[in-house]
Design a binder for this molecule. Sequence first.
Ligand code: HEM
Length: 509
Amino acid sequence: MLALAALAAVACASLALYAYYSLSYWSRRGIPQIPKAVFPFGHIWRTVLFQQSFGEECSGLYDKVPASAPLAGAYFFTNPAVVVSDPDLIKKMLVKDFHHFHDRGLYINEDVDPLSGHLFLMPGESWRLLSNKLSPTFTSGKMKLMFPIMEQCARELAEVLDGGPGETEFRDLSARFTTDVIASCAFGLEVHSLRNPDEEFRYWSKRLVSPTIVESLVASFCNMFPKIANIFRIHSVPTDVDTYFTNLVKDTMNYRDSHKMSSGDFLQLLMNLRDDQKKAEEDQQKLAGSKDMKLNTGQLAAQCSVFFLAGFETSSTTMSFALHELALNPDIQKNLQQEIDETTRKSNGKLTYDDVMTMPYLDKVVSETLRKYPPVPVLNREVTQKYQVPDTAWLLEKGTSVIMPVLALHYDPQYFPQPQRFDPERFSEEQKNSSHDFVYLPFGDGPRICIGMRFGLMQTKIGLASLLSRYNMETCSRTVKELKMDPLSFILNPTSGMWLRYVPSTQEA
Ligand code: HEM
């Protein structure tokens, strides 16, 4: 009994010592430490206990960085992380000193989860090679090729509302719209989930982006402790989801190859890359040992799935947040509708790619929506080479996580006065020029900036233009004005959904 008590005392003392040692990492290095880390969760206990979303928790940490310091140390569990609050330092880390921070440090294991081998997660040299290969498929020329598919989906979006007036939940409707767009543009499939919400592809795409609680806990564990996850070869993508998307891409490619078919979608652009690669090999243009990356079927499927992982909820939530704000701000909605109607009239009733991408007020409304509700509320990097923080003696060790709290910057009144106000004029030419660089980061920045920015903006804008050319958005009894964000979701996502009333605009009535 005595031995047992002694053993327990030693275990408790060791744990206390470990807790003290690991949670004093920053103080031992002379770097300011954010107060109140709680063992074993560190500074993210509200997120771990499902009380607050990760983005909001990181905003709280930003507020605690001392005003005199460009960053401060925090702990994610017992892992050290720095929270950077100084926009000049963020700029350096993302752009000039990128070679110290080129990875995200998240879990990726292509052998176990082929679908995880996509650009967002890819580290080091593999990321550089893949990024060089994929960048040409996201130019505005390539986006124009996909515009007609998108325009067709946007027309269907307005049609499914059935003339109105009525009430609907716009987060789900926007998600079905972006599902149809991505199914067509990325996978070459016409799924019509707008008309048929129970469509099979919609089911699997929902599974891909909305894991169960257990699946999201496993994925969070893998991202927090990637080394351990790698040793145990943990699946971070459910195997049934992996199999569905890999087979889908394989079957579509086989069908196109055997029927000599071609299309204007992203899968075709990837297949062309694969064919160019094969041809170069056959022509023996490829020097032995030269650095290139062969794209196998699993990798092609992974690049298509990234449209879902990185492009689906980001665009659909932006669309529904914009509609929510427009319903709350009828004057802004009216100005936007005027612009859309005038532009449509000038284009003989049919908006072109250039019309959609250059409407100035639509751009301001979408920019302000992305300020108030940045879908990716935190940018993260990993220190890949030891880094001395400029103008200090502070050294950041290799492997340290770096957190750039975008949501907090977007709500900092020194950069955006009265941050709760929805004011598209913050993005007028004059105001844009007078504001500080690197405090507005909805798409990130530097070499790892969002590669799908044009695509995301295009689908968000055409969806909004299509709805607002036919309907006025109004609040209804189910509209929740003070939105609460889902603590289980990394992307900013309201728990309540977004209920609005849609009424045919007078022009259509
Ligand atoms: C409104 C829509 C979107 C928003 C707000 C958004 C936001 C972001 C952000 C913040 C990042 C991280 C950038 C950084 O770390 O500096 C990112 C990366 C990325 N996004 Fe998007 N995104 C959107 C749409 C899309 C779409 C449609 C795609 C389609 C492929 C996409 C694909 C990617 C990829 C592949 C990366 C990783 C880039 C890399 O690491 O090189 N995104 N996005």
